[in-house]
Design a protein around this ligand. Sequence first.
Ligand code: C2O
Ligand code: CU
Length: 490
Amino acid sequence: AAVVLAPLAPSLAACAAPEDVPKVEFGAKLPIPPLDAGTLDSAGGSPVRTFHLAPQAGTHEFVAGKAADTMGYNGAYLGPTLRASRGEKVRVVVENRLTEETTVHFHGVQLPAAADGGPHAMIAAGATASPEWMFDQPAATLWYHPHPHGNTEKQVGLGLAGMFLVDEPAPAAWGAAALPHEYGVDDIPLIVQDRRLDPSGKITFDPSGNSIGTLGNSIAANGVLGAVLPVTTQRVRLRILNASAGRWFRFGFADHRRFHMVASDGGLLAAPLELDAVQLSPAERAEIIVEMAPGESVMLKSFAPDLGRVNPADAFGGGREFDVVRLDAGATLTPSAALPAALAELAAPPDTRVATSRSFTFSGRQINGKTMDMNRIDFTAAPGGAEVWYVDNVNAFQHNLHIHGVQFRLLDIDGAAPPPERAGWKDTIPLMPRERNRLAFRMPKYADAQHPYMFHCHLLTHEDQGMMGQFVVADGSAPAAAAGAGGSAG
Ligand code: C2O
Ligand code: CU
């Protein structure tokens, strides 16, 4: 394949890298975001699980004694872990207490476009919105964050992010009941972000427009630098979310102990996958199970990521290593159930021979030569239609791809089978330099010509700079004829 170097290829001369890592003492207890199961509201007849989120400004100390201006949901930084079950109807009442507009996007949720919280779903300062939908997807670690066009990096970066867990209604029936599942005890949410802190401890962003956007010099786990997780059980499940703007992480343990990955973005893998490291680009999730011996301590690190064809000398490729959170096991540990041999039966991806195929080229800050235009719909697709996408990154640096409203399957990368950690349900995949990813999925089943879904690079600088497109799912669209621009904006 031809190699095309985009004008935005990394330049080492551009500016100083934010790579001086302040020394951090590990010792602060890892905070666990409050679990919020909402309340069941039966006013309209059938019960609706109702949550309340209030985005608001606050301050938070990443460095003791140095307050940073932040944003959070229902608090100063990050947000509660929302939890619901498949088959339930949910409503999220969002009361915007910020002094600027925002949206709440439900990342990875298979919902109608009108509830998805993309850039058209702006909530003015002081206003309230109440999206609702029926959960109809496998158990998974999903998340929520703002999506105001051009302002997402700042709002997410200041702290607007939280997890949304969906469970199967009858865990005993799905083979994975043996997985650790006591929230905050042996089932731990881990929101990992690199923070670019200035000497006064404030969050800063990198306006230089380097290759992959803002890279931080400090690593926060659930909002804390140098956090320690006290472990009380033999096995612990970590639900890891890379909530960084541009940083790739390669999570593993300092002693290179092996662990089992049990779920990717959209739910359980077919079987536990034994690994010594798992790499996540921004917005990707992995659930891993690690086993501890009584009394031991081990650091969860991010090793230098495998960045494919990115020049290792390029500081803006972000290829460095960090300590993330230390796990300290108690002197005695409660025994955990053995890992099940099988976890889930994954439905086969749609047959690509009868799917609508589309091609996307990621270059610079554009997809197929276009930047985001709120008034342009890039294509219309059939409700539930089978799709196969060919996605090329022609740059010498990374992008990634997130599609709203769906979970997809990665079929191959440059014709080769995907690594097993990316073979399950995904809503976000890395797009490494000069690679072609091929993926397949079914479009959302909800027809709505007025409200578009987004697809975009989840490197938040790129997204804000317009590396995003929109599609609508509407009845009457011929599955094979839906390519190119046109149609009406939502
Ligand atoms: Cu997590 Cu369109 O975003
Ligand atoms: Cu990108």
